[in-house]
Ligand binder design. Sequence first.
Ligand SMILES: [Zn+2]
Length: 391
Amino acid sequence: MKSVLCQNAELRLTERPKLTPSKGHVLLEVVRCGICGSDLHMQHHCDHMHDLAKRVGFNGLAKSTDEFVMGHEFCGKILDYGPKTRRKLKQDTLVCAMPLISMDKIGYQSVGLSPNAAGGYAEQVLVQSSLMFEVPNGLDADSAAMTEPMAVALHAVRRSRIKTSEPAIVIGCGPVGLGVILMLKAAGVKTVIASDFSPNRRQLAVRCGADIVIDPKHESPFSNWKEFGLLGNVSDAINAGLKAFEKIQAVPLPWWHAWRIADKLGAMPKRPVIFECVGVPGILQQLIEGAPLFSRIIGVGVCMQSDTIEPALAINKELEIQFVLGYTPLEFRDTLHMIAEGKVNCLPLITGVVGLEGVTNAFTALRDPEQHAKILIDPKRTGSTIELIKS
Ligand SMILES: [Zn+2]
């Protein structure tokens, strides 16, 4: 079976033995597998990620010297089940699966990120039967393969607890940022501001539903704060606070009662929810510097290096900083159904399709934001050129 192996930051196409499913596993023929931004990062930073995962008690990530097959965003057709495994869906059914698999003695491993669980950059992949979901509604394989990255976006939006009236600011319009924009709009958030240096990515952001797009080279993504009734700096906050306090004292009620009622009614200053979808060192500090007071920052982009921030600046602004990771099985299933029912259209994100021979080319192409957002691997395709997709 053809697979793309990664070892010592190099990718190469090789022939590997066919996979055999164990109990609880299902063997799939890979139909499409997305190349994730994390794969690009993992090529060079997997040692650091391996150590960090170990520190939280997870041993399922590869080291640079390991041989591993990437690919955690895939859909495929059922080929076979492991022994004593319920055949819950017929052979040939198109399915998606969460990239986690339970292995004898070593426990759960990340499919496509662990040396013990080869991913979808191959003709076949093994998945956990309980984490496998049928693709409904005759949904096409390209869209189905977007379930995993879109589930990350849905999880980020749900965890942010954003209200539809709160402005959302999405920093970075790669596949993660674009997915977040789609999910914010699907959730009914009225104002979505998107920021990216690349004109191509800004155009994609508009196609995904962003209401305002900003080129951070010319304008700050936070420059609209007054328009949205946000508090830009500490003196504004003190002025607004004092004015509100004077108003409260004008009410014919002891002011502390009036204050308690206002608190109960949620009369809090309006704040934006900022989604950090870049994941490189320095970006968090930039957001802390630029964010309006009381902003909530959601860290979605996975920064794989160490980074520094100025905590007192965040304290002065009373920022909330929250990090999110992955999704639940319910969110994964909900995402698949949202895509299949047309509630989110992720086709604008797909900019290319490539065969296994072309994965190295695709990695190079993905480093240029003007060219591509998401490239899908079709293992049946021959040759190394990337076919451009315009939807
Ligand atoms: Zn991913």
